[in-house]
Design a protein around this ligand. Structure first.
Ligand code: TXA
Ligand code: MG
Length: 316
């Protein structure tokens, strides 16, 4: 199939494609999602096929407004006060709210209201809950631009709605709100510190059974990734001219001037910049076909926690 390139002015066309069971990649504040009508089993099957995604890994259902939550889930969570935003809540599923395939047959459903005007306008115009995993081939870095979507999925989906580069850059934080206290299943764009303000006793990690996505290799460029402290990067690059590096500006300043294969994440103190640049940097380094990508180890705080989580999985 030919993948249509659409812009914000083509919103009605994108919504019509979703309504008739097609696949449309669209921007959110985190990463681009690959959208399908969550109530349409055939459309949702198309999402799994286009991504090459294992059928036991459920999708996030996107709503235009938290007021629609009752259509797909039973009960709620005080954490829904943080919507719209980069937060996904796992709740008890409402029978027949979305198709079984979207939730991989689980009794729960993952829901999110994105903080992105174009995304919410698209969902509202489609008039249905929109199932949308990140719009990458399964296992690859998530796309933060329409070009990155096309790099993985051109010809495999109906359309991409180009809304420019995404702002947050890493996927949403996933929280299981069926437990008390709630449990973070995936670190992401909403920092743990912000969640703790509303839920001081929130648990983190632990149960891979409840978080199907964490079982798979993820976020991986084609080149192998190794993690190293900033001080060690110069030595590793000197030892291997084909090695590439993903580093903070401070570490980049200590590398030989003019050394190719270096991508900058921004100043050490700017975790939001690290998150915003991470996936595009991995993709661009990969295009140079390096022998290895040496990624600088960042402090485990704020958004850097999510960045380090992605880098660790990429290095697995
Ligand atoms: O920011 C994001 O979350 C992006 C944008 C497009 O919204 N979406 C995204 O979707 O990252 P995806 O499919 O790449 O990741 C969804 C994660 C997976 O780890 C999946 O296992 C988990 O959410 N998940 C989905 N439904 C679940 C459920 N019922 N219980 C537990 N985990 C669930
Ligand atoms: Mg994904």
């Amino acid at each position: 199939m030919t993948t249509l390139r659409l812009g914000p002015g083509d919103l009605a066309q994108a919504a019509a494609i979703l309504r008739r069971g097609g696949l449309v990649a669209f921007p959110t504040e985190t990463v681009y999602g690959l959208g399908a009508d969550a109530t349409d089993a055939r459309a949702v099957a198309g999402v799994f096929a286009a991504k090459g995604r294992p059928a036991d890994n459920p999708l996030i259902v996107h709503l235009a407004d938290a007021a629609a939550l009752g259509e797909v889930a039973e009960g709620g969570s005080p954490l829904a006060a943080l919507w719209p935003g980069p937060l996904t809540l796992v709740l008890r599923r409402r029978p027949r709210g979305v198709c079984d395939l979207a939730t991989a047959g689980l009794a729960t459903v993952a829901v999110r209201v994105p903080d992105h005007a174009l995304a919410r306008a698209l969902i509202a115009a489609a008039g249905c809950p929109v199932a949308a995993p990140s719009a990458n081939r399964s296992g690859r870095p998530s796309p933060t631009t329409a070009a990155a979507v096309l790099e993985d999925l051109d010809g495999a989906i109906d359309a991409v709605l180009d809304g420019g580069p995404t702002d947050v850059g890493v996927e949403s934080t996933v929280v299981d709100a069926t437990e008390d206290p709630p449990r973070v299943l995936r670190l992401g764009g909403l920092p743990l510190e912000a969640l703790r303000r509303l839920a001081p006793d929130i648990a983190v990690g632990g149960d891979a059974r409840r978080s199907p996505g964490t079982r798979y290799r993820h976020y991986a460029p084609r080149a192998p990734v190794v993690l190293a402290p900033g001080e060690a990067v110069a030595g590793l690059l000197a030892a291997d001219p084909r090695a590439a590096a993903l580093v903070t500006d401070e570490t980049a300043a200590r590398l030989p001037a003019g050394r190719g294969g270096v991508a900058r994440l921004g100043p050490l103190a700017d975790a939001a910049a690290h998150a915003r640049r991470l996936f595009e940097a991995l993709r661009s380094l990969d295009r140079g076909q390096p022998s290895v990508i040496v990624a600088e180890i960042l402090p485990e705080a704020g958004l850097d926690r999510a960045v380090m989580d992605r880098l660790r999985r990429a290095a697995q």
